[in-house]
Write a protein that binds this ligand. Structure first.
Ligand SMILES: Cc1cc2nc3c(=O)[nH]c(=O)nc-3n(C[C@H](O)[C@H](O)[C@H](O)COP(=O)(O)OP(=O)(O)OC[C@H]3O[C@@H](n4cnc5c(N)ncnc54)[C@H](O)[C@@H]3O)c2cc1C
Ligand code: FES
Length: 262
């Protein structure tokens, strides 16, 4: 983990309120593992005391990129940052996705920025599998061409049917399981809204699949000190607290107490 002043290389709006922010961060970028995040101090906004966490989308040499959505005061202000300006980042943080098991068939299930958060996993996977992307509408679907360029098959589901299959992302996953899985043992990598993760986890547990879920709880310190981000995980016959920023954000789906997740 390193605290670094990164220099903005590129900052462009994508669609659906998302922006691509690429920065030079020689201290952090080369150390990033798939599924890790950086904690960003929002520049020019004194009232925004707490840093904001963002998954690393790409990490190439000295540069890294995030894909973020404007959802509140921090991300709205971040949008004004221009190429050449600097920002304070802390990272790489958290316990990301494990290396995919080469004997399993990798499946990615993503919603929202989860599509960006899973890109590095897709890139490093020795076997290119299938990625299920879900969103409300076409504007919520990101990175399809990035995944296809890596050799992944991408299946898109939108709730309004404006892109891909109409429905929710787990419908497409169920369809694959029924009609195309052909006895393959899948390993799932999932990042997205809590409801989606819960639905994926239930299927994985029921069917005996391995599933890794990124539990992106709201965070304060990002380094394990404040306990803002805790969730309940199984321990023996009981449970214990785990910090999403430290022991996570990625957890084995079997470890999480899903009944506690909204
Ligand atoms: C590990 C991790 C990785 C993340 N990666 C990304 C990413 O790659 N791209 C991206 O766009 N966002 C990502 N987020 C969410 C991002 O951190 C929040 O959107 C951001 O902190 C909001 O800051 P804000 O000041 O703009 O909003 P605020 O004014 O603080 O809040 C605005 C709204 O956003 C909601 N919000 C805040 N944090 C979260 C969160 N963690 N999850 C869901 N809703 C939240 C609040 O409840 C509120 O409704 C990630 C979060 C975590 C924990
Ligand atoms: S955010 Fe402070 S302990 Fe996780």
């Amino acid at each position: 983990m390193q605290l670094e002043r990164a220099t903005v290389l590129e900052h462009i709006p994508i669609h659906g309120g998302y922006n691509l922010l690429r920065m030079r961060a020689p201290g952090v970028a080369p150390r990033v593992r798939p599924g890790q995040f950086i904690h960003v101090k929002i520049p020019h906004l004194e009232e925004c005391v707490l840093r904001r966490p963002f998954s690393v989308f790409r990490a190439d040499g000295d540069a890294l990129a995030i894909l973020y959505k404007d959802v509140g005061k921090g991300t709205r202000t971040l949008q004004y940052l221009k190429a050449g300006e600097t920002l304070s980042i802390l990272g790489p943080l958290g316990h990301g996705f494990p290396d995919p098991n080469p004997a399993a068939y990798p499946i990615i299930v993503a919603g929202g920025y989860g599509m960006a958060a899973l890109y590095l996993t897709a890139r490093t996977a020795p076997v290119k599998g299938i990625a299920f992307f879900g969103g409300r509408a076409a504007k919520d679907i990101l990175c399809v061409s990035d995944f296809e360029a890596l050799g992944w098959t991408v299946r898109v589901t939108t709730e309004d049917g404006s892109l891909g299959r109409k429905g929710i992302v787990t419908d497409a996953l169920d369809e694959w399981w029924l009609n195309e899985s052909a006895g393959r043992a899948p390993e799932l990598f999932a990042c997205g809204p809590g409801g989606m993760l819960k639905a994926v986890a239930h299927r994985a547990i029921e069917r005996g699949w391995t599933a890794w879920t990124s539990m992106d709880n709201s965070m304060g310190c990002g380094v394990g000190a404040c306990l803002t981000c805790v969730l309940k995980v199984r321990e023996g016959e009981g449970w214990t607290w785990a910090r999403a920023c430290r022991e996570g954000p990625v957890f084995d789906a079997r470890a999480v107490l899903w009944e506690e997740i909204e």
